[in-house]
Design a binder for this molecule. Structure first.
Ligand code: PLP
Length: 413
């Protein structure tokens, strides 16, 4: 069979809807400065879809630093991979400051969070080792695990009893192979907003020998007293052996980092394929990340503002009778029952008649019949934005229950 023909036969779980959804439900274009109010298809709308948690994307000091760094260095500098020709004092300064913030010995920068996670997992283990990981892990963890040549055992999401079973199996196996165990979980799960049970996992180190790798993409900057992450929130910063954070969420940029012991970071520097065989992070991104980190550390009001909005939104939704699951973080899911057709009509109604832009998650990411509306509050939203949204949600919920959105077909726009 011809490969291209085959691709047309099965376009994938989301791709099968592309004809109806492209440009509206998928690949929408939000225009204007990043913030709580942007333009969608020519109209102002209230946006709840961006991981700009601390509102740094459009912070004047951030915009100034980004622009000045780009003017001084251009986007090309430095050229080459870090190991060959792309290293600078600024890259090392950012790594040192991240290590200080995360209270770890050393840090390695990553060009992209996703690819960095995949590559770090690939780099850390060999065929004798066993990976144990949470069933609701992000795609970058799943894809890193796919590269692993040895065994992998998945445990039911946040289920410590089941995790222990997998650790027992893994221990038996590594006793035979002479390998080691790498346990991977998220600090904050990006769809449901619940935290990984990091403290409970760290406590298991008394019984089992393993190293813990924490993907804290959503926790970095939002959780813990200083914003260091979910491990700080749970009082176990030392218990996390390898910590991953991204610059693509709280830091409102691109790239990421891994912090650990000096020895592990040196190992990653010399063995991690995504960094050895790819160009170094451009200077404006490095200088911009330094500015963002400085603001994150010195302006606690950014995180306080975020949490003021998170609490207002989550308490308001609960009081209005909505099911927001088990979230413990800014990620705010709203679970409803309905078909994909109903979900698209509801979102269409929200966007066209209430000027509210939020994202929906449907099957296969959540079970069939469930609609997950995912709201991301940020420091630049206001309590008025929250109240307006809860009111609109109330109205949409009444319509959903009355069957006004009933349809199996995707809304046409
Ligand atoms: C848990 C988790 N890990 C990693 C990533 C990848 O981050 P990046 O956008 O920096 O590639 C994401 C982004 O969605 C994430 O949610």
């Amino acid at each position: 069979m011809d490969l291209f023909e085959k691709l047309l036969q099965d376009r994938g779980p989301i791709g099968q809807h592309a004809k109806d959804s492209h440009g509206y439900f998928t690949f929408p274009k939000l225009e204007g400065d990043i913030g709580a109010h942007m333009i969608f298809r020519g109209k102002q709308c209230l946006v709840w879809s961006l991981n700009n948690y601390l509102g740094l994307a459009n912070h004047p000091e951030v915009r100034k630093t980004d622009a000045e760094a780009a003017a001084q260095y251009g986007m090309g500098s430095p050229m080459g991979a870090r190991m060959m020709s792309g290293n600078t004092d600024w890259h090392e300064k950012l790594e040192a400051e991240l290590s200080d913030f995360e209270k770890k010995e050393d840090t390695i920068l990553l060009n992209y969070g996703y690819q960095g996670m995949v590559s770090a997992i690939d780099c850390l283990v060999d065929r004798r080792d066993v990976i144990v990981y949470d069933s609701e892990s992000h795609a970058c963890i799943i894809d890193g695990v796919r590269l692993h040549m040895g065994k992998r055992f998945v445990y039911a999401h946040n289920d410590i009893e089941n995790l222990e079973k997998q650790l027992e199996r893994a221990t038996r196996l590594t006793d035979e192979t002479g390998g080691a165990i790498l346990l991977i979980t998220e600090g904050v799960f990006g769809m449901s907003g619940d935290m990984g049970r990091v403290a409970d996992i760290v406590a298991l180190k008394k019984k089992y020998q393993f190293r813990l790798f924490l993907d804290d993409a959503h926790g970095f900057g939002t959780m813990g007293k200083t914003g260091a992450g979910a491990h700080e929130e749970q009082g176990v910063m030392d218990g996390v052996d390898i910590y991953f954070g991204t610059f693509a969420k709280s830091m409102a940029s691109i790239g990421g980092f891994i912090s650990s012991t000096a020895q592990v970071i040196e190992y990653l520097r010399y063995n991690m394929r995504s960094q050895i065989f790819a160009k170094s992070m451009p200077m404006p991104l490095v200088m911009g990340a330094l500015k963002r980190l400085e603001l994150l550390r010195t302006q606690p009001e950014l995180k306080n503002n975020l949490w003021k909005i998170v609490n207002a939104l989550q308490n308001g939704l609960k009081e209005a009778g909505f099911d927001i699951g088990k979230t413990q973080s800014p990620v705010t899911p709203v679970f409803l029952n309905g078909t994909i057709g109903e979900a698209t009509k509801l979102i269409y109604d929200m966007r066209e008649n209430y000027n509210i832009f939020c994202s929906m998650v449907v099957y296969p990411v959540v079970p069939k019949g469930i609609i997950l509306l995912r709201l991301i509050p940020t420091a630049v939203h206001t309590v008025e934005d929250v109240n307006y949204t809860i009111d609109a949600f109330r109205k949409a919920y009444v319509k959903l229950k009355a069957g006004e959105y009933a349809s199996d077909k995707i809304a046409s726009f």
